[in-house]
Design a protein around this ligand. Structure first.
Ligand SMILES: [Zn+2]
Length: 233
């Protein structure tokens, strides 16, 4: 027959093991890729794609401006070349030239606007990259810390498991089975201290008879209210 003290000491170890296991699983859930970093990388990729689009639009505009330039050049040459003297014809040529120049200015305005958008976007991307690098460095540092923490807790757990095995080996099978089944139904606390006349598991007062019996090492006494094994230290 095990004493309440033995079971209480076993429970102390088990609660320690429980809390380390909870910490371990929380650490493991934080290991791996960072949502924030992935999101920042996606945003930068989107902006780079947009920058590429702006570049393509700019090249289209330049090409069109160039085409107009190659039409306007000969008209201008002819207009000022002195070979055409007919005022009507000269006036038509002037109109054509004005029209072409107006078209060209429109394209040039668009090109300037696209260039300015591209510059802004490039600056934004550089800022985002700085932010991403900082985020990655922080993430890396945090992951390192978590790995170290995980290794430390794993080592502690293995020591605790050894101590637990030694303590459990000294307890008879029947008491151990009772303890285990109570732990399942009592949120891990099968044994409760009896202090100041109360069961510390359910905070309900114990009768003199319960207290007296709980002090005796001869039997395991259960709290009349919550059913936990009582331990008087
Ligand atoms: Zn109780």
């Amino acid at each position: 027959m095990a004493t309440a003290k033995q079971l209480y000491q076993l429970q102390e170890i088990d609660l320690d093991i429980d809390s380390r296991k909870a910490t371990l699983s929380s650490i493991e859930s934080q290991l791996g890729e960072s949502e924030g970093v992935l999101e920042a990388q996606r945003r930068i990729e989107d902006k780079r794609a947009r920058l590429k689009q702006l570049g393509a639009l700019q090249r289209d505009e330049e090409w069109e401006a160039q085409a107009i330039q190659s039409k306007a050049g000969p008209v201008e040459k002819k207009l000022y070349g002195g070979t055409v003297r007919n005022p009507r014809e000269l006036s038509d040529m002037q109109d054509e030239l004005n029209q072409l120049k107006a078209q060209q200015r429109k394209h040039e305005d668009v090109i300037l606007e696209l260039m300015s958008q591209a510059e802004d976007l490039q600056r934004e991307i550089e800022g985002d990259l700085d932010g991403l690098r900082r985020m990655e460095a922080d993430w890396y540092q945090e992951q390192e810390r978590l790995f170290r923490e995980r290794d430390r807790i794993r080592a502690e757990l293995s020591t605790l498991e050894e101590t637990r095995a030694a303590r459990a080996a000294a307890i008879d099978a029947e008491s151990l089975a009772l303890y285990e089944s109570l732990r399942l139904t009592k949120q891990g606390a099968a044994v409760a201290k009896a202090e100041r006349g109360m069961c510390q598991g359910c905070r309900i007062s114990l009768s003199m008879n319960e207290l007296r019996k709980a002090k005796s090492p001869q039997e395991l006494v259960h709290c009349g209210s919550c059913g936990r094994i009582l331990y008087v230290s």
